[in-house]
Design a protein around this ligand. Structure first.
Ligand code: ATP
Ligand code: MG
Length: 554
């Protein structure tokens, strides 16, 4: 018998269970509702995409792409993969014709099957693969010659040849590399291009919700499978905009940015998420007279204080100086405060755009805090960046990050397109709402996270009663009430105990008397009062007492 094994969710993943999932559903329903009022429609992209899409969009140098993605070759050629593994692990011995023979046979079989798979287009026809085949064939010819017993002075050559064969085998791509999505903006842009959305009425406003995957170190508010709710506004860029036109476009973009931010804040307000703070910044655009100039200035200033910086920051001076501004290290804070600020280095257009975003936020009554150190970890952002933090989350307190990414669609092979969007971390949002509910125990979420929330528990006893109990359950459920109908009849005391454990609000007691008279017994479990109600009035009575429940707000 197989060994008994207790399976557990993979590290960094978890099961979301009732009643907590009630809160998740409510959060999602609220998102759909609020985003709908702003004219956004839902997009559901696939959960995996070509690795290259993320490498290009998110940026090969970012942590996400360089070390956090779950990637795998997409093929089902397990036989070939097995043969490859055999070849890679083999250590044939030139002095032992048998072992050479085995290696040569395995290699020839591998080459044959590769050729078959290639001709039936089961493996990608790339020039790398073509080159790989050639090297394998050449290696096979050369290694066969060692089967003829001869000069052992060729031993070095033998090992070298085996090495070349193994290298070539390792590099053959049996399938395209795909990745579980670490974020969804790249997918939305891919979809925009694929479905020619530049022909749709502009701008195109889309939202999504669902799981994302990043191989990070799990901790509070940080998981390997986590959930995001996000939205994107994509818009065809007008050609040749200069002077007045360009200036109008800048104003329009700023209004779009502000409306997107307004939408997130409205969503958070609707959820009564306490203690939110909106930080905004402009990181300019990728040009020498703007961000690139700033980055050089920053690098220069960082080199001067290099000795005082920690290891991470020191490395980032070369790789990505902006990320130094992100540092949370206590002793670096004073040093960072004295560094040059991006706000002083923005080009005229970016400065104008940023000023207009702030004016627009003002028009909409949205409080914000300017934070020149807000840079964000993804490569594609330009101009507006923003982040929203909430309470009760410890150091992982960012619930939403977003920004403008004009040019990303073009980078992915599409037409010139402007973009702005955000992603909310749903896990953290839910965590923060739960923390808030703990503080105000009777708060709205306190009610939602009560156990089970069952409206009616049907306590039926006596075989002849079951049919009436089933009909009663159908009627109550048809009216949208939550009903528990025990599968077996129960003793009265046990039934009430069970109703209590489920947090039921009412027990509907059905015995032979009730069935005969058509007058059912309805017991309110909060105060134990009970009354006889005509079968036809039960739905009404339950609903009345439900609406009497007080729902104090925090
Ligand atoms: P952080 O600085 O917290 O790592 P980030 O800059 O990597 O965030 P984004 O890629 O902008 O985050 O994603 C947007 C939001 O998604 C974050 O603000 C956060 O709420 C959430 N998020 C990101 N990574 C995780 C994760 N591993 N687990 C849970 N939520 C996450
Ligand atoms: Mg991160």
């Amino acid at each position: 018998m197989a060994e008994k094994k207790r399976f557990q969710a993979i590290k960094g993943t978890r099961d979301l269970l009732p009643p907590e999932t009630e809160l998740w559903n409510r959060v999602e329903a609220t998102a759909r509702e609020v985003f709908g009022t702003y004219g956004f429609g839902e997009i559901r992209p696939p959960i995996f995409e070509p690795t290259e899409l993320f490498a290009r969009a998110v940026g090969g140098e970012t942590d996400i792409v360089s070390k956090e993605m779950y990637s795998f070759p997409d093929h089902s050629l397990w036989d070939l993969e097995g043969q490859r593994t055999y070849i890679l692990l083999a250590r044939p011995d030139a002095g032992n014709p048998n072992s050479v023979q085995l290696f040569v046979s395995a290699l020839d079989k591998f080459i044959d099957q590769l050729a078959n798979a290639a001709s039936s287009r089961e493996i990608p026809a790339t020039s790398d693969n073509d080159r790989g085949f050639e090297r394998l064939r050449a290696g096979s010819d050369r290694i066969s010659s060692f089967l003829v017993p001869h000069a052992t002075n060729l031993l070095d050559q033998f090992d070298l040849t085996v090495g070349h064969i193994q290298q070539a085998a390792a590099l053959i791509k049996l399938g395209d590399l795909v990745s579980l999505r670490p974020e969804a903006t790249a997918s939305v842009c891919r979809a925009y291009i694929e479905h020619n959305m530049n022909q749709w009425p502009q701008p195109v406003k889309l939202y999504y919700l669902g799981p994302m995957f990043r191989r990070e170190r799990p901790q509070k508010g940080r998981y390997r499978q986590f959930y995001q709710i996000g939205a994107e506004v994509l818009e065809r860029e007008v050609a040749g905009g200069e002077g007045r036109v360009a200036s109008k476009e800048l104003e329009k973009d700023a209004a779009v940015d502000a409306e997107v931010i307004e939408m997130v804040m409205t969503f958070f307000d609707r959820l009564k998420l306490p203690g939110t703070q909106l930080d905004i910044n402009s990181i300019g655009h990728n040009a020498p007279e703007c961000r690139r100039g700033y980055v050089e200035k920053l690098r220069g200033a960082l080199l001067e204080v290099k000795e005082q910086l920690g290891e991470d920051s020191r490395r980032r001076i070369e790789t990505n100086p902006l990320r130094v501004l992100d540092s949370k290290l206590e002793h670096e804070q004073a040093i960072i405060a004295a560094l040059p600020k991006i706000g002083d280095c923005l080009c005229d257009d970016c400065a104008k755009h940023y000023a207009e975003v702030k004016r627009q936020l003002g028009l909409r009554g949205i409080p914000y805090k300017e934070n020149w150190r807000l840079v964000r970890g993804l490569d594609y952002y330009m101009r507006t960046t923003f982040e929203i933090t909430a309470k009760g989350l410890g150091s992982q307190n960012a619930v939403c990050g977003g920004g403008r990414y004009d040019g990303l669609v073009e980078l992915l092979g599409g037409p010139a397109t402007k973009g702005i969007g955000f992603a909310i971390g749903e896990d953290r949002l839910v965590l923060s709402l739960q923390e808030a509910a703990k503080e105000v125990a009777s708060g709205e979420w306190g009610v939602a996270s009560e156990k089970g929330a069952c409206d009616v528990y049907i306590a039926w006893m006596g075989q002849k009663t079951q049919e009436t109990a089933i009909k009663a359950a159908q009627m109550l459920r048809g009216a949208g009430l939550r009903v528990e109908l025990p599968a077996m009849e129960q003793k009265f005391g046990k039934a009430l105990g069970q109703a209590d454990r489920l947090g039921a609000r009412h027990a509907l007691i059905l015995g032979e008397d009730e069935v005969a008279s058509g007058l059912w017994t309805l017991k309110k479990l909060a105060d134990g009062t009970q009354e006889k109600v005509a079968a036809g009035d039960v739905v009404k009575r339950v609903k009345e007492s439900k609406s009497l429940r007080v729902r104090p707000h925090p």
